[in-house]
Write a protein that binds this ligand. Sequence first.
Ligand code: PEP
Length: 232
Amino acid sequence: MAHLRDPKLVVANWKMNGSLDLVHQVLEEFDDTDHLVVCPPAPYIPLFIESDLFVGGQDCSAQEEGAHTGDVSAQQLYDVGCTHVIVGHSERRLSHRETNEWIHAKAKMAIRAGLMPIICIGERDEEQTDNHARQTLLAQLSQCTHGLKPQQYIVAYEPVWAIGSGKTPSNVEIETAINTIKSEKPTQVLYGGSVSNLNASQIALIPDLDGVLVGGASLEINKLNAIVKALS
Ligand code: PEP
């Protein structure tokens, strides 16, 4: 009986996309939705604060404060009303050379500030084909979360090869990854990587899935709406 399930979390990661127009569309469409976290570019965050939506940062600094031009601290995100923050997204691991150690420091900073970090982990294409996915996941998981309590963070399983590619693992593959993560750390686990209006209902069937992290499709209201409904 689908309507008796708890709604699963939908995290909308706009990356460096979006506009004032999109902010207003989202506020109009989803104001009473209680399982959507919008992670817009930082300048738009304050525009969500009066709404009932959860709002999150796309990253935070591993430092508390100081001479770090361009960075935003976890405490500052919390101060303007954020509830969540994404850390360790593969785009940042790649373009900003973020290490697991660094991501761990960011997650700690987020927790200390009162935010729920969404810690992204996932194997790269070559690790998948070499059957190293499980080792990669476990190494990233332990290095990014050691010393943290599983209820203090959320893990997003995002195979790097699935992000923005239109390719997704099968439900069984996602379930296997989720079980691998949960057998080590009993935490909430989201799936991310080419979630769309077309595959959300199928992905929602995965038994231990706690939600999805959505990039590209979260920039179109009708697609986001379909995903939120599929996960409800
Ligand atoms: C992401 O940005 O984490 C992501 C999953 O993007 P997309 O949905 O576009 O693959």
